[in-house]
Design a protein around this ligand. Structure first.
Ligand SMILES: *Cc1c(COP(=O)(O)O)cnc(C)c1O
Length: 463
């Protein structure tokens, strides 16, 4: 399987290079040359199969012959053995036709673990085979950093620098990053917003000297392996609810659009999906794009669902590329323009193509709080603010055909204060995470300045 850039100016590469490279050198995102298909009998066969086996099948379709099947199966088994639930991604019923898919049973209690646990093993495997060491630089709005630290700590061929916005993530989120003592991990609190952190990462990647000196790599959701790993739970949950005989809809709390785009990928691989709702908090760039065709950056508003406080949804470029019938010239034009002007208009035909599957809904903070309370009262389920965005969206989309799965992206104990304020119930951390509050923290603080951070990364990588 070859991977091409959405902007058409970079050579096609294999799976290993697409994973280890992250962003394509022309600034585009890698997508497979053609969407691999999973035959309907095979999809039917996923029913009752262990989660790691389904994952190995789905990911093998993207890795092709670059990873031996046995090695991949072993990586999937190891990755999902770190989860605290035998089903890995269990379904919980909310109403007669709505379900939660709990994606938060991994070590950092957020859905990012699902992809990151596998990604860390893929990196170690692929780098080891090439005799290479890389430095991963990642910007986190709260959960990616914790998931990356949990997944990569102690790995031999990889160092990780995680940047997070000072004061804009919860204490539990921060502690998942900062309380590890493995010396291949560095955490930096940046005086700025998540978008500042992401801009600094982009500048670091655009610096060829640094890029080469430390063999820089990225695990933000632009990394195609994360998308592939996230496509897996669309298959397992849909099949549990009657697919492929019946189509299922999904409500997805969205920020960078990696999670919702993974649903599109599953759909293109042959899974019948009726609708995917991209649900946002008041940082609603995606919701607006799907509703009126204008993809325009706004100011970032901090909310109680901080992992979604994003006003530039990187993976939207992949969907745009598909919606303009894989025209790389048009995609490059549109996203270069977006980079400068901060806004693009989705052409009407492309918008219509997106709306065959997607809808966008934005949810206010007040609605998030009320949804946490009403969900507890009506179903007994305590949900976190991100999941509440998805549940609120479910109620706001008029023609959503059943059954619907809401992706539950974080454990409520990751946001204890906001959950307690909204519901009167303080969520307990699951066993194993409770020692977090007692462990010592270790991180550095730097200004939102690309040069200082680049110097820091270089010094850490060369240590
Ligand atoms: C990252 C994250 C999201 C958003 O996912 P995207 O793939 O960026 O759209 C939603 N909820 C939680 C808890 C997250 O950590």
């Amino acid at each position: 399987m070859r991977y091409i850039s959405t902007r058409g100016q970079a050579p096609a590469v294999g799976f290993a290079d697409a994973v280890l490279g992250g962003l394509a050198p022309d600034g585009g995102l890698y997508v497979p040359e053609a969407w691999p298909q999973i035959p309907v009998e095979r999809i039917r066969g996923f029913l009752g199969e262990p989660y790691p086996d389904v994952a190995a099948t789905v990911i093998a379709a993207f890795a092709g012959d670059e990873i031996e099947r046995d090695a991949l199966a072993e990586m999937c088994r190891e990755a999902y053995a770190t989860f605290n639930h035998a089903a890995v991604v269990p379904l919980v019923q909310l109403t007669s036709d709505a379900f939660l898919a709990e994606l938060f049973h991994g070590p950092s209690l957020a859905f990012k673990d699902v992809a990151m646990q596998l990604l860390a093993r893929l990196y170690d495997h692929l780098l080891g085979a090439q005799g290479r060491t890389q430095t991963i630089l990642c910007a986190t709005s709260g959960d990616t950093g914790g998931a990356a630290v949990e997944a990569f700590r102690g790995r031999r061929n990889v160092k990780v620098v995680a940047l997070f916005p000072e004061g804009r993530i919860s204490e539990v989120q921060r502690r998942f990053m900062t309380t590890t003592d493995d010396d291949n991990i560095a955490c930096v609190s940046v005086d700025g917003t998540f978008d500042d952190c992401q801009a600094i990462v982009k500048q670091a990647f655009a610096d060829p000297v640094l890029r080469q000196a430390v063999d820089l790599s990225g695990v933000n959701s632009i990394n195609f392996a994360r998308i592939a790993a996230q496509a897996v739970y669309y298959f397992t949950t849909a099949v549990a609810l009657g697919a492929p005989e019946r189509a299922v809809s999904f409500c997805v709390p969205s920020g960078n659009f990696g999670d919702a785009f993974a649903g599109y990928v599953a759909h293109r691989m042959g899974l019948p999906i009726k609708r995917i709702v991209a649900a946002t908090n008041p940082n609603d760039i995606l919701a607006r794009a799907f509703e009126d065709g204008r993809y325009a950056r706004g100011e970032v508003t901090p909310t109680i669902a901080p992992a979604m406080d994003i006003q530039s949804a990187s993976n939207f470029e992949r969907l745009y590329f598909e919606a303009v019938r894989r025209d790389p010239v048009e995609t490059a034009r549109a996203f270069q323009h977006f980079g400068q002007a901060g806004a693009i208009d989705v052409p009407p035909q492309a918008l219509a193509a997106m709306r065959e599957l997607f809808r966008g809904v934005s949810v206010s903070e007040d609605e998030i709080r009320r949804t946490m309370l009403s969900t507890l009262n009506e179903t007994g389920e305590l949900i976190d603010p991100h999941t509440a965005v998805g549940v609120a969206a479910l109620r706001k989309v008029p023609d959503l055909e059943a059954p619907v799965v809401v992706l539950s992206t974080a454990h409520p104990a990751k946001f204890p204060q906001d959950v307690a304020e909204a519901t009167g119930v303080t969520p307990a951390l699951p066993r194993g995470s409770v020692s977090l509050a007692k462990r010592a923290e270790r991180y550095d603080r730097l200004p939102a300045d690309a040069d200082s951070i680049k110097a820091y990364v270089r010094a850490f990588a060369e240590r």
